[in-house]
Design a protein around this ligand. Structure first.
Ligand SMILES: Cc1cc2nc3c(=O)[nH]c(=O)nc-3n(C[C@H](O)[C@H](O)[C@H](O)COP(=O)(O)O)c2cc1C
Length: 198
């Protein structure tokens, strides 16, 4: 499989189950390696992750997300929300992604002339780490979808998994065995997105 094949294989896959095609330990290693190998501005390495597996993964969706949303979604409208959350809960795990705001603040202090860029670059580095993991999982035949229930779940997540104060939750990548493939999707042709100048 070429790298382009891997990139093409990465999709938002929502029909997931808890049957990973490789072991949990191998999956953890793939995620760790992808994060460690990801570049960041000034090599700040401010992207961090917590990998939730099994009961811990279920606790995120069945306890934290469900109770947080129940408090704000009207009871009569909750059924579709509950169904969506059940889909995430049925997967094998979730990667919680964080940015270390203390690291970014320290860069701003050290390099004041670049200070206005560091929030953007933090987001770019975070996105690169996220997609590298997503691609690696795809290459291993593991499906995933990216969610953003932050900031409403931040306090509960921090309390439950003892997250450092300076870490800001930025995304949740749900992953698992592929129960059904992603839908077909329209992509604009390259010439609508990329201009070549020679
Ligand atoms: C930065 C970013 C944020 C996204 N946020 C969400 C999200 O909150 N919920 C969701 O279901 N999908 C989310 N997605 C998935 C996109 O909707 C999806 O990647 C896009 O439609 C292309 O489909 P594909 O991933 O199958 O290629 C996000 C994707 C990116 C890159």
């Amino acid at each position: 499989m070429t790298y382009q094949d891997t990139i093409n294989k990465r999709r938002s896959i929502y029909a997931l189950n808890d049957q990973l095609p490789i072991s949990e330990d191998e999956t953890v290693e793939v995620i760790e390696d992808a994060i460690v190998a990801s570049p960041s501005a000034f090599n700040i390495q401010s992207a961090h992750a917590i990998i939730l597996l099994g009961a811990q993964h279920k606790a995120l969706w069945d306890d934290i997300v469900t109770s947080t949303l129940k408090a704000i979604v009207p009871a009569e409208a909750f059924a579709p929300t509950a169904q969506k959350i059940a889909g995430f809960s049925a997967a094998a795990g979730t990667v919680l992604y964080f940015e270390d705001d203390a690291a970014i603040a320290s860069l701003k202090e050290q390099f004041p002339s670049y200070a206005s860029h560091f929030d953007d670059w933090s987001a770019h580095g975070q996105g690169i780490a996220q997609v590298n993991v997503w691609n690696e999982l795809a290459e291993k035949g593991i499906g995933a979808n990216l969610q953003h229930y932050n900031p409403i779940i931040d306090d509960a997540v921090k309390a439950r998994w003892d997250v450092p104060e300076s870490y800001r939750l930025v995304a949740q990548l749900v992953f698992g065995g592929i129960a059904a493939p992603a839908d077909e999707q329209q992509r604009q042709p390259a010439d609508k997105r990329v201009r070549v100048v020679r």
